[in-house]
Design a protein around this ligand. Sequence first.
Ligand code: GUN
Length: 294
Amino acid sequence: MELIDGNKIAADIIAELKAQVALLPGRPPCLALVRVGEDPASVSYVKKKEKASADIGITSRLLFPPVTISQDELFALIDGLNADSEVDGILVQSPLPKHLNEVAVFRRIAAHKDVDGFHTLNLGKLAQEDETGFVACTPAGIMQLLQRSGVSISGRHVVVLGRSLIVGKPTALLALQRKAWANATVTVCHSQTANLPALTRQADVLIAAIGKAGFVTADMVKPGAVVIDVGVNRVADSTKKTGYRLTGDVHFPTVAPLCSKITPVPGGVGPMTVAMLMQNTVKARRQNLPFPQP
Ligand code: GUN
């Protein structure tokens, strides 16, 4: 069993992006980070995105409206960023408070600034394999992890556990693309899937994104499979300063010995999501330049 080191691969990508940003003409790329309220996980994620931006030479614009913001007020805030020629990328951190319609908010972001890739137009471009669109960061990060650790999915069976807009659906679409790095046979499973273990056991590459700690157990994994654990679950742990620890969707101690390769949590997919957000922001800046750069 080999661990896939997301921290190392993400650091390589960040270094590559830093070199590219230094060569861009004009002002540096600018990313607007919108966080509604003070959800502790969102506070931590947005800080990571802010830090990675600074490391690369991307300017960040931080907007932290209160949890009571109305949908119309949030729309007005997004409209202002859409119209601002100094802003290349806009990210509204998910999850949003229940009174806000998340899909409507994602759709309000101008598609050419939608570095999260959640806008209708970008999801459509992903389905059409139009490379001018933005691909959601976690799915893009998963593909990079596989490619950069020498795992070919072409012709192989990829099973995606989870059908979310943020991970499951775009991951399935990416793995299906007519590209040398994709070309997989894809099965998408979810909470209503009958006989789930029989399907997951067929996976050459199993991608777990269901948000349930330790859900994937050894009986669900084919020996020699590659397992990508997208779960970031907080479980109580009194031995930790924070009172919790992060754990994946995969029961690591029993599943890892079976795998040819597996991602740890933390240190697997998480850092890749941030690296892909940075990549999308650089792409947005390039595409928004008066003479778009290759
Ligand atoms: N919450 C969890 N993952 C993501 C992501 O990739 N983008 C945003 N905006 N929110 C998230």
